[in-house]
Design a protein around this ligand. Sequence first.
Ligand code: HSE
Length: 306
Amino acid sequence: MSAAVRVRVPATSANLGPGFDCLGLALDLWNEAEFRLEGERLEISIEGEGAGRLPTDRTNTIAYGFRHFLRARKLPEPPGLKIISRNQIPTSSGLGSSASALLLGCLAANFFCGSPASLPDLLGLTADIEGHADNAAAGLYGGLVVTFHDERGWLVRQHPLPDITVALAIPAVYLPTHVARQALPLRIPREDAIFNLARTPVVVEALQTGDLALLGRAVEDRLHQPYRLKLIPGAQEAFAAAKSAGAPAVALSGAGPGLIAFVEQDGQAVADAMARAFEQAGSSVRTLLLKSTNQGAQVVETTPGA
Ligand code: HSE
């Protein structure tokens, strides 16, 4: 059994408008962690996003993912584990940072056990905890994913994409995913279901072909955004501002609070327009310009201490 491994998982944006809980897109921004089986206790260090704020004890989400994998396979925990995590994905932003942390832990535990789990197995483990698999599937497989669950397990369709550029605006608003999920109605009118059903495959086609004008027509949603945007001060205005600044398509990123705008060229102007709208509503805001990535999670064996 090798004693050190490095794992990387990309940021992800889920839903992409109408694809609530079933579409996810991997973005070229990465959380990475190195795991070493050494010492006699759990030791975690965090650099980058969340440093000084995220827990460094057993409640840490990476460590939780690691234990969850072992528990699911009825395997014992190692006596000592050192985790050095380097985070680029902003936390609580709608970019899948918690799915990435769970995956980092699950993938490392899988590696130390000789890699017995398949990608769908790993997806299932992460989805058990998250309650939805869209972020985790995009993080594991990369590109654009469509996913659903039935009695045979998780099905994932991965679509490689041409280079897609997105501008993100992430307001400093605390909106945990479970709260954003509680805001959704339990029942929906049939016409809203049809509205989303018809658009979701067109979102997939538009992203596959890089047709952002088509994406702009298809990206609308009636299942979650109308309820969630109201919870985020300035979000409706930022949405409109992105479109006025030239973004062909805008969506709430995952459960929010970040917004994702798909852009042809002047992504910074779109990001700035969204930022101004959030600031006018009293929220401080961060912006990011990112590319999509067709690369999913990576697991690389390392030499301890290297
Ligand atoms: N599909 C999930 C939701 C994604 O919208 O609640 C959360 O990142």
